[in-house]
Design a protein around this ligand. Structure first.
Ligand code: PGA
Length: 250
């Protein structure tokens, strides 16, 4: 992890926690990470818990990001929500392009537009990318990541750097308990940084690793030079283990 890049640890709750459950979690987490030191911390609740989370974390250093955002500002998009709606809950950012969203049909073109429009609206964006096991076994990880990053950054400009983070999440490591080795995470995050450097200042870009990150493996993963933090799923659902991952990033 480079000293120039402030680490980020974000917890992706996926489809877990109601509003009241989120509030209770956030109160506990805020007590555990009242001073995260030189680490940025965020939680990513479901849409229905954004407002409860943001109000419980007001005045704390912990940010709130949504798990997705629609590319349009308003309109006939049943079941979707806009950047302005997310901001109005008190949340600060959004994940975009998570592999679970891509698997449910979010397209490369939508993801590129979402990144652009979310940044324009003032959201912090955590763009997700990552290869499947078959892509890795075929030796096509680099080509896959290159294509995903170039596509997602199609409408991004150099000046967007302060609003963009990229998370490398190999699909085979998500929710499986199988973590990329520190070497695999380093290699892939370096590829992400190199490809993103075609568009923005790669040296300033924060690249996270995600996929079965836990308190036990976080420090080693985040000690890699191109890994600037973690996007954490399962291990972010309880305040104690998540706070331990934050502590590992210090
Ligand atoms: P996991 O999920 O930590 O449970 O593997 C990570 C993610 O999908 O962001």
């Amino acid at each position: 992890m480079s000293a120039a890049r402030r680490p980020l640890v974000a917890g992706n709750w996926k489809m877990h926690k109601t509003g009241p459950e989120a509030r209770e979690f956030c109160v506990s987490l805020a007590a555990l990470v009242s001073d995260a030191g030189p680490v940025d911390v965020a939680v990513c609740p479901p849409y229905t818990a954004l407002e409860a989370s943001a109000s419980a974390l007001a005045g704390s250093p912990i940010a709130v990001y949504a798990q997705n955002v629609h590319e349009n500002e308003k309109g006939a998009h049943t079941g979707d929500i806009s950047s302005a709606m997310i901001l109005a809950t008190g949340a600060d950012g959004a994940l975009i392009g998570h592999s679970e969203r891509r698997a449910e049909g979010d397209t490369d073109a939508q993801i590129a537009l979402r990144v652009r429009n979310a940044i324009d609206a003032g959201l912090m964006v955590v763009l997700c990318c990552g290869e499947s096991l078959s892509t890795r076994q075929a030796g096509e990880t680099e080509a896959w990541l290159t294509r995903q990053i170039r596509s997602a950054l199609e409408h991004v400009q150099a000046g967007d750097i302060a609003h963009l983070v990229i998370a490398y999440e190999p699909i085979w490591a998500i929710g499986t308990g199988e973590t990329a080795s520190p070497e695999q995470a380093q290699e892939a995050c370096a590829i992400v940084r190199r490809v993103a450097s075609e568009t923005i200042d790669g040296e300033a870009l924060r690249v996270l690793y995600g996929g079965s990150v836990s308190a036990a493996n976080a420090a080693e993963l985040m000690s890699q030079p191109d890994v600037d933090g973690a996007l954490v799923g399962g291990a972010s659902l309880e305040p104690g283990p998540f706070a331990a991952i934050v502590a590992a990033a210090r």
